[in-house]
Design a protein around this ligand. Structure first.
Ligand code: FAD
Length: 379
């Protein structure tokens, strides 16, 4: 089979990869995305996107659309799971727009991802392309896909998630570590929720002892969808699949007897799945030669700060700026500058996210949300 040539290949069109492809294309590079999935479906899960990343979506041209779809919480509340007492009220909404320079939204991740993919040049997004071979050559990298296609890329961006093949290539194969925590994810039955007669806040984290929690929020601006994800420590994870089915009974067993609003959430649960949270220690290197990584490929984290995808998208913005500054020929300098700019911030977020302390008590989140990856100093 012929070998095709591309300037930049982005492996993985997940949340970070789709952002990288859009930003690099916007900066004038010729970019192709290769994604193993045959297509993306609207998986039942929500996501928070902070103002730090909405600024990047503004540059890509999708900020307004996401603002129209998503929910705009006025606060991130933290509450005691038993008594309902407020532990913190972090202002977002209009306050966030003014202080941090963009909206804070919560949205269905499938809706957001679809908008991200639609924003890409469709002839340069290749679904059903699972990368299986990487050969570093003098002037390019030869990529082989499961379907037999071969592509010679000037640069390769590994946005291929926690089980990254690019990571394995750079650092040797190593499975991620099970963090000891799982998350239950559910879009609740809205009729049942409304029948409870209770007023549900647009963004609230319920806390119990030992950091067990439920993060609950709206995923649509019209309030027609409400979602929760839990964090629960467990003894181990013996399943081979990326998630398994859970049940209302399991939710009742873990959270039953809590505050009436939590009970109403449990009662409104119909379909709920259970996901293991994986982890890695910060990596020694983020790039080698013509290969560079971003997002979960190089700094996966437990999701408790709601910033994992945000960090992947920030990576994409900084990597693009570094390559813009150096041009293709200066990629080595660009990759060093990228790592020098990103390592400290990504590692700090990874550490706090894993510790699961974010916004439990009153604190100033400006260092995360006010950051502007499009203008921040490089290096
Ligand atoms: P991914 O989104 O995982 O994308 C990787 C892509 O690469 C996938 O599409 C995959 O199919 C593809 N791929 C993998 N291998 C290959 C291959 N060999 N060839 C071709 N393609 C390949 N983050 C937030 O910012 N806010 C939140 O509120 C939030 N909530 C979360 C809740 C939970 C329960 C979890 C588990 C995570 C949450 N995150 C959140 C984190 C976020 O989901 C991840 O950090 C983010 O998806 C990482 O983006 P990525 O592009 O690096 O990887």
């Amino acid at each position: 089979m012929n070998i095709e040539k591309v300037e930049i290949a982005v492996i993985g069109a997940g949340l970070g990869g789709a952002a990288a492809a859009a930003l690099l294309a916007g900066a004038g590079f010729s970019v192709h995305s290769f994604e193993q999935a045959p297509a993306f479906t609207r998986l039942g899960a929500g996501i928070h996107i902070g103002p730090n990343v909405m600024k990047i979506f503004r540059r890509i041209g999708i900020e307004k659309k996401l603002e129209q779809i998503g929910s705009h919480p006025d606060f991130w509340f933290s509450r005691d799971g038993m008594t309902g007492d407020y532990l913190s009220r972090i202002p977002l909404g209009d306050y966030g727009r003014k202080e941090y320079g963009a909206s804070y939204i919560t949205i269905h991740r499938g809706d957001m991802h679809a908008v991200q993919i639609d924003a890409l040049p469709q002839d340069k997004v290749h679904f059903g392309h699972r990368l299986t071979g990487i050969e570093e050559r003098e002037t390019d990298v030869l990529l082989t896909f499961e379907n037999g296609r071969r592509v010679a890329a000037g640069l390769v961006v590994g946005a291929d998630g926690i089980n990254s093949m690019i990571r394995d290539m750079l650092l040797g194969p190593e499975k991620p570590r099970f963090s000891g925590w799982v998350g239950h994810r559910a879009l609740v039955n809205m009729d049942k929720l409304r029948n409870s007669g209770l007023e549900f806040e647009a963004c609230v984290k319920w806390w119990w002892e030992a950091s067990r929690h439920i993060m609950a929020y709206a995923t649509k601006g019209d309030g027609s969808e409400y979602y929760y994800v839990t964090g629960v420590p467990v003894d181990g994870w013996e399943h081979e699949t990326s998630f398994v089915d859970s049940s209302r009974e399991e939710m009742e067993a873990i959270f039953g007897g809590s505050h009436p609003m939590v009970q109403a959430l449990v009662d409104a649960t119909e379909t709920v799945t259970k996901w293991p949270f994986w982890n890695r220690d910060p990596l020694n290197i983020w790039s080698r030669g013509r290969l560079v990584m971003l997002g979960d490929a190089c700094h996966p984290m437990r999701p408790h700060m709601a910033q994992g995808a945000c960090m992947a998208i920030e990576d994409a913005a900084i990597l693009t700026r570094c390559l813009e500054e150096s041009g293709m020929a200066g990629y080595k300098d660009a990759f060093s500058l990228y790592e020098a700019t990103r390592r400290e911030r990504a590692t700090k977020v990874q550490t706090i996210s894993n510790a699961n302390t974010w916004l439990k008590q009153p604190e100033d989140p400006a260092w995360v949300y006010a950051y502007d990856p499009l203008t921040a100093a490089l290096g």
